[in-house]
Design a protein around this ligand. Structure first.
Ligand code: GLY
Length: 356
């Protein structure tokens, strides 16, 4: 498979995304140059892929955090600031995030704050991180009272992804990552959605060509949106299709029990059903969304009771909600969508009841 390259166009902060079968060290070395680099990874990924970078002479050191969402904390960041200071990392040291979304968000947050900001490179190893979180510069840690509450927009210098690493990803996480892929089809690319409908089996079997095309298409969509609206003043908010519902599902089920992609999948069906109820998408759009999500073995209904006050309170707590008004990204039919808009609670509750 030839290596593919997609650009995120952000003026002086533009950067390339490289997609290849295995991590290509020449792309890595081209980005890093003569500078030293420091790797942040986790306890699942380090034994699998940590060695790939340890062969390079300018590696300054490595911090390995426990795998899982609990590592995305200020306490963990503080431990790593100590590691960096002891390793004598300076302003030119490049932080390398080698791992899934937790590692990418944590390492990016550390890069954005250590010595007032040092360069960083993303090497995502989960499908979700490849198609979404490693691109676009959202970096954050969680606060006990809310997810991603402390963070920045801080762009990497480059993103390097290797399709072969998906072979070691648990099937459930692969399926969950597909939710964010399907999202791009729903919000902005009907042709891609139709292509996904035809290629489910190949994708679940990790066919290298199908996976590479999916990654390329997904990061092209993300790069286009981020290039237009880096700081989410407008169109970037459409990347949150299904996320208002999904956020409430995740909060109430307990983080980790329902994977982010699973919650988003059920949330996208809820968003599409709301769009149909408002007359701006068709029953056939809803049928196709449900069918595709089911084919990837993802949930199509929310498990949490939407009639409880906690469900609405959790949606109000979502960062996309402003002044207590809950905003939803709604579809205009597969391939198009609106900016988030407020919808009445009773309307949403009736739609969710109809989906049960
Ligand atoms: N995950 C949505 C965004 O990056 O804006």
């Amino acid at each position: 498979m030839n290596s593919k390259r997609v650009e995120v166009e952000l003026g002086a902060r533009s950067y390339p995304i490289f997609i290849s079968e295995d991590f290509q060290l020449e792309n890595f070395e081209q980005t890093i140059g003569q500078r030293r680099f420091y790797v942040i990874t986790d306890s699942h990924v380090a034994p699998l892929y940590g060695d790939q970078l340890s062969v390079l002479p300018n590696r300054l050191g490595q911090s390995i955090v426990p795998a899982g969402e609990s590592s995305k904390s200020l306490q963990q960041a503080e431990i790593i600031y100590g590691d960096l200071i002891r390793a004598k990392a300076d302003r030119k040291t490049v932080i390398v995030a080698l791992g899934g979304g937790v590692v990418g968000d944590l390492a990016g947050f550390i890069a954005s704050t250590y010595m007032r900001g040092v360069p960083f490179v993303q090497m995502p190893t989960s499908l979700l991180a490849m198609v979404d979180s490693s691109v676009g510069g959202k970096v954050a840690v969680n606060h006990p009272l809310g997810k991603n509450m402390i963070g920045h927009f801080y762009q990497p210098e480059s993103v390097l992804m290797a399709t072969s690493v998906l072979k070691t990803l648990p099937q459930r996480e692969l399926q969950a990552g597909m939710a964010e892929v399907i999202k791009y089809g729903i919000i902005m690319d009907a042709e891609f959605f139709a292509w996904l409908e035809q290629n489910v089996e190949k994708l679940l079997a990790l066919d290298p060509q199908a996976i590479a095309s999916t990654l390329e298409k997904s990061v092209c969509c993300k790069a286009q949106v981020v290039g237009e609206d880096e700081k989410e003043g407008g169109v970037r908010a459409t990347l949150n299709l299904g996320h208002t519902f999904g956020h409430a599902e995740e909060v109430l089920a307990g983080y980790g029990r329902v994977l982010h992609g699973e919650a988003v999948a059920a949330g996208m069906v809820a968003a599409m059903a709301t769009s149909v109820a408002l007359g701006q998408a068709s029953e056939d759009d809803l049928r196709r969304c449900r069918a595709l999500i089911l084919k990837f073995k993802l949930p199509i209904t929310l498990t949490q009771s939407h009639r409880q006050t906690e469900f609405w309170t959790a949606m109000e707590g979502d960062k996309k909600s402003l002044s207590g008004v809950v905003n939803f990204v709604l579809s205009r039919g597969i391939g198009g969508c609106d900016l988030p808009k407020a919808i009445q609670r009773t309307f949403i509750e009736n739609v969710l009841t109809s989906l049960r």
